[in-house]
Design a protein. Sequence first.
Lengths: 276, 315, 442
Amino acid sequence: MSRSSVPWLRPLVALAAGAIFAIPLYIALINVFKQSGQVAGGVMSLPSPPTMDNLVRVLTGPDSLFWSSLRTSVLVTSLSIIILTVLSAMLGHYLARHGGWWPRAIMVLLLCGLMIPPQVILIPVTQVLKSFGLMSTLPGLVLFNVGYYVPFGVFVFSGFMKGVPRELEEAAAIDGATRWQTFWRIVFPLLRPATASVLIFLGVWIWNDFINPLIIYGPREGTTIMTGVYKSLGQYAADFGGMFALMFLATLPILVFYLLLQKQFVKGLTGGATKG
Amino acid sequence: MAVGTTERRPGHAGAAVRGSRARRRRWPGLWHFLTFAAPGTLVYLCLVLAPIVLSVGYSLTNQALLRPRTEFVGLRNYELLLRDETFLNSLRVTTILTLIVVIVPNVLGVAIAALLDRRGWLYNALRSVFFTPMVISSVVISVIWTRILADDGPINQALRALGVREPPGWLSDPDIALYSLASIVCWQMLGFCVVVYLAGLQGVPQELAEAAAIDGAGPVRRFLHVTWPLLAPALTINTVVLLISAFKLFDHVKVITNGGPGTGTTASVAFVVLQEGFVENRIGYASAEAVVMLIVIAALSVITLRILQRREVQL
Amino acid sequence: MSTRAKRPALDRRPSNDRMFVKRGAVALAVVLVASGCAGGSPSTPASDGGKQKVSFLVFPSPNLPESYWKSQVDLVTKAHPNLEVELVAAPSESERNDYAKQLAASGQLPDVQIGMQDLTALEPSLAAWTEQELKDFLCPTCGAVNGKVVQLPANTQTIPNVFYNKKLFAKAGIAAPPKTYAELLATADKLKAAGITPFVSGGAFVTSQPWTAALATDLYAKAPDWMSRRRKGEVRFATSPEMKAATQKFADLAAKGYLDKRQIGQDYPKTQEAFLSGKGAMYPMGSWFAAAADASDMKADIGVFAWPGDDGNLRLPAFTGGGLSVSATAANMAAAKEFALAFQLTKENLDASVKADALFPAIKGYTPPSDTGPVFKSVYELWQQALDRQATVPPFGWEAGDAAMLPGMQGKFWSAAQDLVSGKKNVDQVLSFLDTEWEKSG
């Protein structure tokens, strides 16, 4: 077999493919540590000497754009994904445990929601939020995130829920536990890979979203961090170093979050891909 | 929902659970529904389903937010759409984008997953590398690539160094810009495909491959006849996810080309809908476009899902 | 495949559980620490009970960074301590109109805006100015929409001037700037032969600048009422011979390779940088470029001339308007108007705007400071010359209110310019496209 006869071929090819793939990431990363003048010069060359100026400039900017938008993003993202996890796990539990036309109708409607582009509903959503007095508010944005992403959460959770034996819940019920207790103490802990998938995917999507916050959260209350990046494009247009530093800092929290939960998340995906 | 709320009696939760036996007989799981499913369903109803209904309603009017003299115009917006060069062009743009974004990451994804389907730190690290763009915001990805594809960016610098006098205008030549944009999206989505295919490969029982190897099948034949059929669920997931992502592509268009160069060269349907709705402020017209978009994506998803799942069953 | 090791199944070992809890806790801690840090920063200034709050939509750009807007506002609030102004930034200079319209559409337009261009579309959302409020402005009715003045006509800009690089002209053996259109073509040809890109071009609105110039000398010089006739439906883009001739001139510049079509994907700041780093000899651009030119090292090497017509007579496209406007739904209308008027009439503010953005304030009795840069001086002089000879015409695509194209058309005009330069469409196709879009906007 060719594979065993040249054992170094696979790692070499894999490494080469990975290196080519990663060039854009490399360019973005080195530009964070280059002097602004240098950035316009050789794009591929290593920074010499590396500088922290760009990062410091963004972190200590007089408008404190970075810190205030970081705070907004952390709030919006963590609130959204916590509420989403709770609501979609419970909704998934209900849908996995009941047959009949009514749960099935909800399931179909939710599945439709998976493919609705936000652009299709954004115009009326602003009207709905306005009528609740939630337009241009943080709760309004969180609520929209919850509504828009709940189908994804339910989709993941209800699939996993089917792998949790009903007998566990029945046994707990015989022991006198209420459904609420059973769910949170026995069923939910078994759904960890699914929870990790939901947290990571939704965390990444919501953190990185820029058009929904741009329209829903409005201009006055500040911005989420990616909307902030988008809105800074004009200001940083001639300052690539500052731009890349801002983008790096805006990406770092979600990248760390992903790396921390990565292992569980791959398992969650595995379950989904092989069991359907 | 209506039934649920009319039957709801005041009183505390504990008492209601104990007294719910009679109701449970008529409505299996009603209490379960109210406590577990109702909150999520309600938010979804208000912020997704109701807006869709509203969109359909708006699409039958000439509403424009800045000129509040709305009239019912029936299907006129839809008639106009059929003759609107901008909208028809956006359908063409989205079709091309979708075809490329569904096919390329799928093909490359299988190849790279097969390459990385080994244990060890190197392969784990590479898997993370391929997945990283999925975790990064489209805005950031778009800015990075705009820089790379600029006329004085690294690619054209390299081409000039190789003696190409007039390297292509990756984002400014109307014949190329759309394909540059599609490539960027492919690059970003590739990691997702790789991870899903890798997960699928883990589910392939190695006994099957061994048996085929003993029968004298080469690596290519083993892949085509043993591994690939077993990757059917992964293919389904990837195809549907790519299809939906490509169809609602907006962020990259907005940041990289803003629909240009020129008129509508890279203006996707999602871009045109938001442009009409929030910039030109033609709410009625934009809603009609949104409804058409929704119908197309729903039809495409259902058809794709049907075909791929039938294939899964047959295999 | 035979060497492949068996993978552990999807088991849930307790160690994994603990791991998960641990990682979750770490993630949560990171989140909390991050938000804690952020919470400590002065993101929201404590509001003073007695102050009137006004929100102000501005557009940060390389010329006008966030700090410029801050200091401009500080000048006003120093003299009007009762006002507290909150800055709202639009994504970029070229997108500020789209952004404002989007905010207006979702009912979130800030109280005061600067430099809005699509006044017809925004008119229902804007408050009208009274004659009394407009008494200090040179052209109090400029930019009126349906007879209503909704934007303070605060300054004049000439769009475009042709900025040129004296060193590159000398290098190509060109002694003096061209006086007629034929000379302009000859100049471009000489530059091209010397291996120099004749015109620096760029994306967004930059592409259309030579077109606006050609329309000034060939259309507006002959038919000053063209736009109002187009609005009445008496002329059309596709059937108007002057329009066609001017557009053909612009298309020919691209066809002859005097404009580099690869530059139409370039954003505005980069385009400016390209000219300032000598990547092209001529740069047709609005008078505001003088500010960036004077701030650069090559200010002494930049000259200015007006885009020449066939006959060589001076025609300079000039536009008055572009000042502040106030939202019709401003929470505190009196404060918003007070701020807007103070911003436009305070001498220090005007001086700063002259220096940072090379504006020509259209305020009665105002003269620019004497310490401006050489490029500003020559642009200003050119404008004064045009005023003396009554040679100003409207800048096509930049007019405001009733003198402008219909709402939404400006963007189509810009993208149509790119289609001409890239060769995607020919002159007839572009002109009939503009007619079609015009019908759609109406």
